[in-house]
Structures are given as structure tokens and as C-alpha cells.
Write a protein of this length. Structure first.
Lengths: 222, 247
């Protein structure tokens, strides 16, 4: 009887300690604590803190935007707009939320708006040429030129394949396969159920494969 | 028992990246080990996924990132970027909340409609009649064989608690005016609803003396039906023929 009471008391103590730890944010890693503090400061209008926050996430944001939009200029504009929105809506961000997931959601929404505003303009060819030229400039040695050209061509081809997907399919595929997020998180970011996301991902993968098969067949014939 | 190829083909896109649960993964694996066509399909999907994974973004240099950051900081300093009330409100509008709010609104509307319909008197005349019979009151005219006169104009009979009683009087007077000369129409118009309903005296400075109206009200056995008769006082007796005839 006494043992059971002691055990119960200990369980209560453990639970209380856990509550204290969570309440004080002690369960977070140092990096998360730093981020939380930066968010708090940025929320109160500290631009320097917000800039620090931006530095920590800028590469992820611009890379995701690039994968969703397919070109560097649009990706830079979308990343800029994303950070302005992040600052604007920091007040509605809850401390217990995953900041990364929240950020992804804004990136995806901004990219969707961006795509809608500009229309799905077909700048692929000019952009691919432009990008290939830029990459070729960056490659100093002559032996890299061929590799860079192949890489640029491949990117352009994948971009073409991604264009065959719907907006939602592309977002689900980019987040799951290219950003490597688990399906559950992708579902949260996109505001859909896991089943819907799985279905979108399966369809998107099938479409990409179909496109690749067709491209390979054309190449073989050519 | 092995799953059919068509079913497996649908699962392969998810199988190649480990998006299936343990049971489905085992089922696909077992099938693929046995079926050569499906094994080939898995290999094709794996190659396609490998190709997709090569879609890496270019190496964004620091200068580009600095430019982007600078643009953001400038925007933050130049303009107030705090969300407006509507923007904050729009943030709350998730699809689930919209659906929930719509459902609540529909329920409220349905409840209001139900309440209004049930509250309306005489919604069911038979119910009232039954209540009267229970209380021992005499039957209504219609039940006693005293039918309302067929020739009584509809616009004269109105319900006591009709929400728009003035319109009835106006309609009657408008009809009356049409039968009279234009000279008298003005007089009647001036005195129509004011005299008939409110019995207010006419304004002393009016150049034309408004005609006084005769108002006759007959209460039927049904407390909700009252017959109101409006007529100019100097109307010929010919015009004052009874509108209700009793048998």
C-alpha cells in the first residue's frame, strides 16, 4: 500500500517537473531557444533580431521557392515577399508551433500567389539558356563546361516535368521528395489530410515518370 | 495470397520512397519478388525518383542573398507591415472554420424560420377552431353557415394584425380615386391614409379642404378577421351599398 502511494507521488513529481520544463521552454535545444528568443524580439519590432532570423532561414526559403517556381528571379522575389509576410504575421505565430513548418506554409502560399499573378508564363527556354550561360560562366575550367551544360539541360527537363503537375501536386512533391519532409508535416503545411497528400504524391511521381519515359523515348529516336 | 498487379502498380509510386505502412510495404515487397513486370516497374520508378532528386537548386551566392535581405529590411523600414484587421481576420479563415461557421449560420437561420412559422397566428385555422370548441365558444361564421359575402372586395377584408395595414387603405383609396375626377383625386390623396388611419386633423393652411373619411369596422366572429370599410363621408348613398350580405 505504502509503495503504491510512493510510486504515485513520484509519478506526480515527474509530471510536475515535465510541466515546469515545458513551461520554461527547457525541452528545446539551444538553437531552438535562440530562435524563440529572436522571434520574440522580432515580434516586438527588433529589426536586427529579425535579420538574424532571416539569415538562419534564407537558404531554405529561397531554395524551396526556386523548386516551386522554377527560376531564380521569381524565387528571390518570392523569398523577399515571404520574409515580409513572416514579419507581418509574427504576431499570429504561436510559440508552441514549429517555426520551420510555419515558414514553409508561408513560402508555399506566396509561391502559389506569385505563380497566379505572373501566370504560368513559359520562360523555360529563355531561362534555361540564361541559367546555362550563367553556370557556364561560373565554371572556370574547360572540362567542366560539358558537365555544366548537361546539368543545366537536365534541370530544364525536370522543370518541364514539374510543370506537368498541378500546383498542389507540385507543392506536395517538392516538400516530400525534394525537401525531404515527412508526409505528416507536408499534410500540415498544405492544410490537407495525409491521405490526400499521399494521393497527390503518388500521382505526381507517376506523372514525372511518364514525362521522363517520353523524354527518353524521344532521345532514343532522335 | 498475392495481390493483383493492377493494385500493386498503384502502390509502387509510394513504395519506392517508403510512404506505405508496414503491411502494405510487405505486401508489395512479396509481390515484387514474385512478379517480374512489377519488379521492372519498381526499377523504373526508382530511376525516375533518382532523376527527380537531381533537381537541386543553383548555389545561391551570398551577394544574391544579401540583396534579398536588404530588400526585405528596406521594405520593413519604409512601410508599416503590420497586418490590418481584415488581414488578421482572413488568417482565421481556415477551410474547417469556414465550414463550421456556415453550419452554425445555417442552423441559426433554420431555427429562426422555424420559430417565425410556429409563432405566426392562424397558421393552422383548424387548430384554433379545435381550441375554441374545447373552450366551449360558438363556432365561427363559416362553420355556422354564415359565409363571408362573395362580392366583398378582397382589399377591404384584412387581418387585424396584418403587418402592412396602411397599404390596404391606400389601395382602396387609389381605386376610389380612379373612379373620380382628377380634381377630387388630389383631395382624396391628401386625406387617404392620414385621415383614415390616424384620424389626424388636416393642416390648417391647406388650400383644399380634405374630405373626411367614413370608417366602418365590422368584427367577425373570428377575432383575427375584421372588415374595414373606408368611404368619403359625402359619398352618395348609392356608393354605400353593403359589402357584406347576410343570408
Amino acid at each position: 500500500m505504502m509503495e503504491a502511494q510512493e510510486e504515485q507521488a513520484m509519478t506526480g513529481e515527474v509530471a510536475e517537473t515535465l510541466r515546469m520544463i515545458n513551461g520554461a521552454g527547457l525541452s528545446k535545444t539551444p538553437a531552438e531557444r535562440t530562435e524563440a528568443s529572436l522571434i520574440e524580439r522580432a515580434r516586438s519590432g527588433d529589426h536586427a533580431a529579425f535579420e538574424q532570423l532571416m539569415i538562419g532561414h534564407q537558404r531554405k526559403v529561397i531554395a524551396t521557392a526556386w523548386r516551386l517556381l522554377g527560376n531564380e528571379d521569381d524565387a528571390r522575389d518570392a523569398a523577399q515577399e515571404t520574409f515580409i509576410k513572416v514579419y507581418k504575421y509574427l504576431g499570429s505565430y504561436k510559440a508552441d508551433q514549429d517555426f520551420g513548418g510555419w515558414l514553409y506554409r508561408i513560402v508555399v502560399n506566396v509561391c502559389h500567389d506569385h505563380g497566379r499573378k505572373r501566370g504560368q508564363r513559359d520562360r523555360l527556354l529563355s531561362f534555361a539558356d540564361d541559367r546555362a550561360a550563367r553556370q557556364l560562366d561560373q565554371m572556370a575550367s574547360a572540362e567542366n563546361i560539358e558537365a555544366a551544360a548537361i546539368q543545366a539541360q537536365q534541370r530544364a527537363l525536370i522543370e518541364e516535368a514539374l510543370k506537368t503537375l498541378s500546383k498542389k501536386e507540385r507543392a506536395a512533391l517538392v516538400l516530400r521528395d525534394l525537401e525531404g519532409l515527412p508526409t505528416e508535416e507536408v499534410a500540415q503545411i498544405l492544410g490537407s489530410s495525409q491521405a490526400t497528400v499521399r494521393s497527390q504524391i503518388a500521382t505526381a511521381r507517376a506523372k514525372i515518370k511518364q514525362f521522363r519515359d517520353r523524354a527518353l523515348r524521344q532521345k532514343t529516336r532522335g | 495470397m498475392m495481390m493483383a498487379c493492377t493494385r500493386i502498380e498503384r502502390l509502387i509510386p509510394l513504395y519506392v520512397e517508403g510512404d506505405l505502412d508496414a503491411d502494405a510495404t510487405n505486401a508489395v515487397r512479396a509481390h515484387v519478388n514474385e512478379c517480374e513486370a512489377c519488379r521492372a516497374l519498381v526499377a523504373e520508378y526508382e530511376a525516375s525518383q533518382g532523376w527527380l532528386h537531381s533537381y537541386t537548386p543553383p548555389d545561391f551566392n551570398e551577394a544574391l542573398l544579401d540583396r534579398m535581405r536588404l530588400g526585405v529590411m528596406r521594405a520593413l523600414q519604409e512601410q508599416s507591415v503590420r497586418p490590418t484587421f481584415f488581414e488578421r481576420f482572413a488568417l482565421l479563415l481556415t477551410p474547417r472554420r469556414i465550414i463550421a461557421a456556415s453550419a452554425v449560420a445555417l442552423m441559426i437561420i433554420a431555427a429562426l424560420v422555424f420559430y417565425t412559422i410556429n409563432r405566426r397566428p392562424n397558421a393552422d385555422p383548424t387548430r384554433e377552431e379545435m381550441a375554441r370548441q374545447e373552450s366551449g365558444e360558438p363556432k365561427s361564421e363559416s362553420q355556422n353557415g354564415l359565409q363571408p359575402p362573395a362580392e366583398a372586395p378582397d382589399h377591404i377584408i384584412e387581418r387585424v394584425n396584418h403587418p402592412r395595414p396602411k397599404r390596404h387603405a391606400s389601395r382602396y383609396l387609389a381605386k376610389l380615386n380612379r373612379q373620380r375626377s382628377p380634381h377630387r383625386i388630389g383631395q382624396v390623396k391628401q386625406s387617404d391614409s392620414v385621415q383614415a388611419r390616424d384620424n389626424r386633423p388636416p393642416a390648417p393652411d391647406e388650400s383644399v379642404e380634405p374630405r373626411e373619411m367614413l370608417r366602418i369596422e365590422l368584427q367577425t366572429a373570428d377575432p383575427n378577421i375584421r372588415i374595414i370599410w373606408l368611404a368619403p363621408k359625402e359619398t352618395d348613398t348609392q356608393e354605400l351599398k353593403p359589402m357584406i350580405e347576410t343570408r
